[in-house]
Design a protein around this ligand. Sequence first.
Ligand code: AAL
Length: 386
Amino acid sequence: MSLYQRIALLTLTLVTSLNPSALVADEPDGFPWDIPQSKPSRPLSAAMDRLYTNYLTPRPEDNELFSSFKYTRLEGFDYHGGDGTVSRRDPSKVLRINDKYYVWYTKRDTPTPPQGAAKCTDTIPSTDWDLCEIWYATSDDGFTWREQGVAVPRPPKPQVGWRSVATPDVLAWKGKYYLYYQGFMEASGTKGDHCPVAMSYADSPDGPWTAHGDVVVPNGAPGEWDQFSIHDPYPLVYKGRIYLYYKAAFGDRPEYLVANGLAMADDPHGPFEKHPLNPLMNSGHETAYFPFKEGIVSFATTNGNESNTIQYAPDGINFQIAAVTSLMPIASGPHVPDAFDSNGNGRGITWGLSHFTNPGTWAKSHSILARFDCDLSLDVHDPEMK
Ligand code: AAL
């Protein structure tokens, strides 16, 4: 119960104990001492009207999908003093396996910081996510991490991802693990950020990982919204199927209108069938999704009219703004205890990892992983949420 609800209850108890007829008094039809939870019948301005139509509750603090975010620096990662030659970014969702937390992420360790598309070579990266590999780390508490090594290296040319493998996320399915990630066939930036989704699988979260070898979620046909790139693959298991949300951009550059779509499969190797209503989110650079009650929550963090919102789709398809917030975690990988077995009773999240990128010029450009904490759980006392 929120502070406002406590105060309201206390006031109600006090008033009714002095005057029991207050219990049957009509609801005031206006805005007396507080905002009514249901829409008043008197004419409303456009702004007050949309309080009742566009959001889950008129007051953000009454909305269980409202949260602000707290950030904590992580221990255990070396960044070469921040000289831009080492970068860690785009963490996967965090899984708890055998009493340890696991995360997979993009790691760049190159002789120089990124130099832009015009100057990139076989060893000089164009962008922060060029010439990268997928690494993983484990932790006992989510704050101090031990980098374990490479999970998915760059395969030899011309295999999918030979130029860079980046932005992974993880699926656990029938006792095996699957990493989905962006497989670059050319340097990011030379022609936009074009790439399809590749996949590797393993019997254990510690590997060894076997590359599937082919594109698993292909780009759309020419003219379709996702023709150029499929980014940020993010798998969940929902309604018994693999739901892989992803980001693409209308246009050939990532800064053009970005949107999120969904591809579904019954087998981690595919085929993945794209949802006919795609795109499902009109905003949101990067993907972060988790089960909540019977539906799915999505973060629209940056890019688009609806950036800085937390959205909810009771069917995993039709998302609506649940809450507007700020300082959302960039490229977040939440700790989702029920990512693969929500059974219609999704429990939400309380923390995860995200990244911060140093702004400004290419010099020293790199990203670091950080922890975020939030209050988007139905039961903060649930031990699995921690
Ligand atoms: C990220 C993601 C994808 C893009 C680039 C690296 O934040 O959206 O992974 O390709 O930026």
